[in-house]
Each structure stands twice: as structure tokens, then as C-alpha cells.
Write a protein that binds this ligand. Structure first.
Ligand SMILES: Cc1ncc(COP(=O)(O)O)c(C=O)c1O
Length: 391
């Protein structure tokens, strides 16, 4: 059943309206306004060969389907498919390639992505060249006849480097590559990679899309019919699907994505500005700061700067002292939840990257990453201030 609202049916509704309604209709059986959780593995079919749409829940589940339609609408894609984690979503995208294919990839990506590419996929004959994709000439220089994909994270985790997506899209089209963008940090609310030229968008839905630190998941949004068909086939064939409960939680989280992102952004700006003025902090990485080398690009390609900030405390000892003193902000992996999370990328999220490579991309032992939550920002700054006094 399609939505009764014409602006949703035609895709012309605003972002917040789509976040709440796209892909969903009141439950036909009861009128329930929330998508029911279809906690089921199989469906009774009316008769052999009756062409019943629902056959088996790895292949199709109504709760997951509602989330997938919603995500496709929010990213402006053709289809979305949801997976058991961000990593399984990324793995599905890489399964579009075959042995001997070459990928040009942002040299600073989430540590788990690096581990998947270098630790596993290389073993199956995929080839990777890691480049600073903020440098367009470096992308061009890395492309070879076997290159099939340009894989970009922007802003990057954790140092918040940006890639010019419109320019990357032009390079990808010129060389007939798929441009794949990990949009986890900005969410579709602040960044629309497909509108800028991406062919595929991936997310860890664990982060801002779910937004409440109570679900692990991922999604792939495709634009080309052949990719949509293949990602759907891979979802069913490999089977790393998102559960009905997790699909419900992400769908529920997305309903408040616009208001949450506004608040993450407002607090991110205030915290970054405060950190920027501290004598004990050598550098602050935040696209909203005028000192960020790509601040102009950030203003052009994103509609907000978000709540992710990284800063340099100079040494592991300083980072330990600071992190050990925090009372309100939680030392934890992950990001994008309602609560403020702080991590030490070198030993946590990016521990899978060899030390020399970490150093090259700026993930030093003194680097700390904040995911600004939705608490009162003055309370957050007070906590950071008292912890900084220990350094
Ligand atoms: C940018 C980015 N992409 C992908 C992932 C992987 O997602 P997941 O932890 O849901 O597997 C993460 C996890 O932190 C991430 O930060």
C-alpha cells in the first residue's frame, strides 16, 4: 500500500516529513501508526505456486522493508537494503567486485573498514590504493585500468577530513567507476551524496540513524538498477540481514533524526569553539571551524557540521589523564547516540590500523574523539573543563 500523502508518494515532501512517513503506512490490519515488528521467520502461503510475496524472512520482512523504503527516500536512492551491521553493509558493497578489481579508497576510514579491505578482501584478490581523497589529483593518479570503485568516507573518522563529492563524482563518471560514500558521520540530514554524484551510499545505522545506542546495523543505498538487484541478491544469499527488532528501532530513531542532528550540530559547534581556545589543546578538527582546511567545502557540500570533533592532547599520557577524569561524557566506542561518547581512536576504533599508517593519517596517540550528545552543552563543557585540568 502506498502513502496517501501525494508529496510522499512523489518524493516531494520535506526531509522531516519523509523521515517520519516515507516507506510506511498505517498497519492495514489495525491502523497502528508505528510499523509493527514482524518477529517471524516464515509465512503461511495461500497455495502452492500462488505467487505469495512473503516467503521467508531472510529474503523479505515487512518491518525491514519499511525501513529500507524509508532510507531509500531519505538518501534519494533507488533502493536500500539493511544489514546486521555497518561492516556487513560495506562487505556487501565490496561483493559487487571480483578478484583483480582495484579500488581507490580514502586513506583515513573507520578502522574496521581498513581491516576488512586489507585483512580480508586482499586475500580474495581485490586490490586497494589508499589515497588522500581530499586531493583530487591524488585520486586521478591512483586510477588504473583495473579500477572499478572509488570508496570515500567524508568527513573521515576520526580526523574529519573532507572529500569534494561533486568533483569525486565527476572523476568516477569519467573513468566509469562506482563512487561509494560512507555517509555515517553526517547522515542524510546534513549530506546528500547521491545528489552530489555518488552511485552507492553506505551507513552504519548503529550511529546517528538509530541515534539511541541500542542497535547495531547497516544499510546500502543504490542508484543503479543492476546494483540494486545485486545487493538484494547478496543480502539474501549471504544472509547478514537486519533483525525485525533492530529495523523497528532504526525506523523509530529516524523519526527524530532532523531534530537530533540540529542539536548535535549546535552542541558540536559550541564544544569545538570552546576546545579551540584551550592552551593545552594543540589542534581541533571540526569542519565548522574556520581553521579547518576545508571549511569552505564543508559549507558548500553539507548543510550542517555535525557533532563529531577530534582534538589533540599531545601524548598518550595526556589522553589517559583526560579520559580518566571525565564524569558525564562516557569513554566508549561508537558515536551518534543521545549521550556524549568519547573515544581514543588509536587504541579503540582505529586499533586495527598499523601504527605507522595511523601516524601518516593523523591518528596520533594523543588524539581524542568526541561524539557530542544531546545533553545540555554547558554541562558537557563543564565536564571537559574539569577533565582538562588533569592534563
Ligand atoms: C564511519 C563508519 N563506517 C562504518 C562503521 C561500521 O559500522 P558497524 O559498527 O555498525 O559495523 C563505523 C563504526 O564505527 C563507522 O564509524
Amino acid at each position: 500500500m502506498a502513502s496517501r500523502h501525494p508529496a510522499i508518494r512523489t518524493g516531494k515532501a520535506g526531509f522531516a516529513t519523509k523521515a517520519i512517513h516515507a516507506g510506511q503506512v498505517p498497519d492495514p490490519a489495525t491502523g497502528a501508526v508505528m510499523q509493527p515488528i514482524y518477529q517471524v521467520s516464515t509465512y503461511r502461503q495461500p497455495g502452492l505456486g500462488a505467487g505469495w510475496k512473503y516467503d521467508y524472512a531472510r529474503t523479505i520482512n515487512p518491518t525491514r522493508g519499511a525501513l529500507e523504503r524509508n532510507l531509500a527516500a531519505l538518501e534519494g536512492g533507488l533502493e536500500a537494503r539493511c544489514f546486521a551491521s555497518g561492516m556487513s553493509a560495506i562487505a556487501a558493497v565490496m561483493n559487487l567486485l571480483k578478484s583483480g578489481d582495484h579500488v581507490v579508497v580514502s586513506r583515513n576510514v573507520y578502522g574496521g573498514t581498513y581491516r576488512l579491505f586489507e585483512g580480508l578482501l586482499r586475500q580474495f584478490g581485490l586490490l586497494f590504493t589508499w589515497v588522500d581523497t581530499s586531493d583530487l589529483s591524488a585520486i586521478e593518479a591512483a586510477i588504473r585500468p583495473a579500477t572499478k570503485m572509488l570508496y570515500v568516507e567524508t568527513p573521515t573518522n576520526p580526523v574529519l577530513g573532507l572529500t569534494d563529492l561533486a568533483a569525486a563524482g565527476r572523476i568516477a563518471r569519467k573513468h566509469k567507476l562506482r563512487l561509494v560514500v560512507d555517509n555515517t558521520f553526517m547522515s542524510p540530514y546534513f549530506q546528500q551524496p547521491i545528489a552530489l554524484g555518488a552511485d552507492i551510499v553506505v551507513h552504519s545505522t548503529t550511529k546517528y540513524l538509530n541515534g539511541h545506542s541500542d542497535s547495531v546495523g547497516g544499510c546500502v543505498v543504490t542508484t543503479r538498477p543492476e546494483d540494486a538487484q545485486r545487493i538484494g541478491w547478496l543480502q539474501n544469499t549471504v544472509g547478514a540481514i537486519l533483525s525485525p527488532m533492530d529495523s523497528f528501532l532504526v525506523l523509530r530513531g529516524i523519526k527524530t533524526l532532523p531534530v537530533r542532528m540540529e542539536r548535535h550540530d549546535a552542541s558540536g559547534r559550541k564544544i569545538a569553539a570552546w576546545l579551540d581556545g584551550r592552551r593545552k589543546i594543540a589542534a581541533v578538527h571540526y569542519p565548522g571551524l574556520k581553521s579547518h582546511p576545508q571549511h569552505a567545502l564543508a559549507k558548500r557540500q553539507m548543510s550542517g557540521f555535525g557533532g563529531m570533533i577530534a582534538f589533540e592532547l599531545g601524548s598518550l599520557a595526556n589522553a589517559k589523564k583526560f579520559l580518566g577524569r571525565l564524569e558525564l561524557c562516557a569513554l566508549a566506542e561508537s558515536l551518534g547516540g543521545v549521550e556524549t561518547l568519547i573515544s581514543h581512536p588509536a587504541s579503540m576504533t582505529h586499533g586495527a590500523i598499523p601504527k605507522a599508517e595511523r601516524k601518516r593519517i593523523g591518528v596520533t596517540d594523543g588524539l581524542v574523539r568526541i561524539s557530542a550528545g544531546l545533553e545540555d552543552v554547558d554541562d558537557l563543557i563543564a565536564d571537559l573543563k574539569q577533565a582538562l585540568a588533569a592534563v
